[in-house]
Design a protein around this ligand. Sequence first.
Ligand code: ADP
Length: 460
Amino acid sequence: MNPIIEVLNPANGDIVSTVPYSGGKEAAEAVDRAHEAFKDWSKKTAGERSSLLMKWHQLIEQSTEDLARLMTKEQGKPLKEAIGEITYANSFISWFAEEGKRIYGQTIPASHPDKRILVQKVPVGVIAAITPWNFPAAMITRKVAPALASGCTAVVKPAEQTPLTAIKLAELAEEAGIPKGVLQVITGDAAEIGDAWMKDTRVRKISFTGSTEVGKLLMRKAADTVKKISLELGGHAPFIVMEDADIQKAVHGLLASKYRNAGQTCVCTNRVYVHESIAAPFSAAFVKAVSNLKVGNGADEGTDIGPLIDSNAVEKVKKHLDDAIEKGGTLAYGGETLENSRGYFMNPAVITNATDDMLCMNEETFGPLAPIATFKTAEEVIGRANNTPYGLAAYVYTENLSQAFTITDQLEYGIVGLNDALPSVAQAPFGGMKQSGLGREGSQIGIEEYLEVKYISIGL
Ligand code: ADP
């Protein structure tokens, strides 16, 4: 019998489906096909590739509800969030279908009257994408759409917890007429598949979203064949509420930024800093709002927070919670794991009197825990916010324009939400500074990551 991976529903432990457990051999064969498919795909006009991508977009749009239900089953997020993710994932396909038509080169004044300088942008070749479980659709389209639009072919390894949405997306791509071999999804042994792709000289680029640890490993391995690299790694987002913030707006923003996907996104708020003068009313309003959130199976109507992905995730949040309480934090709300349940459910937790020595103020919690600390001055909070190896997303709430820019200018983060908790859109550059990653996804910049520059020097 061929080995398989059982895909489990984190809401109840049921087996949703099984997928093949492939290894290095299958990974290398996928590159053979991708390399072969590149010959024709890269020669198509940008318009032809765009039409095929738009057909794929249309099929995904028509299947939104089915894809979302599948995603909720394998990942756990509430159905309304899953529908939101499919729409968001699909927006990368339409954006890059258009952007692919605008891969402009350059002509540059030459140094001699008998010469001309021509600069072209060409697809890098076969690209490998390795993606995490928290966004089973969007992390794939954010990489694959610009790759395909620019003429690259792609081999993709989704997370072992959530391969089903990825497989369905690839089936729809084939149904849309995207030729075989242009987009392939491989499931199985992560390390073996990763190693096969990293050592293969035909794979010219790796785009990875996941933990900082695995990102660093892939970066080291990619060095041997000098691949282009894009990395979207961990984050530790601060959420800063200044004394002149609109409290209701900030509470609403924090709720979305902290508890979306049960706190399992790399741009989720990890730590909250509220000016000491408004800390009491802010925390009271926040706890009240959190107490209205409904925890349950994502497939049930009205669920706001689904299960965490697995038992390790629950253990990590519990560890951060216990540590915070031990170090003097006050449990203002929640934090219980839900008994009599086969799923990985946890009530959203709020800690007040948080201090910078707590684990949750330094390590990625990736769960529904909001630690609230206070501060006195802008200078102090900027220093504390930047005091981390990460630099992905940060949030600032203030109604004072000059204060807003004083702070955003100094934050060492790739994404800053200024009075905005949900900054991710297809047309804006997503990515981190410091150890949160390399490169940007989405936007005009996102397609550059899949292009090489070719300079042709012409003598007349
Ligand atoms: P998380 O802790 O969120 O699961 P990981 O970085 O472990 O984050 O996983 C992100 C992706 O990286 C998944 O698709 C996973 O299978 C893959 N992965 C994990 N270990 C390796 C490895 N050694 N080589 C290549 N890919 C890996």
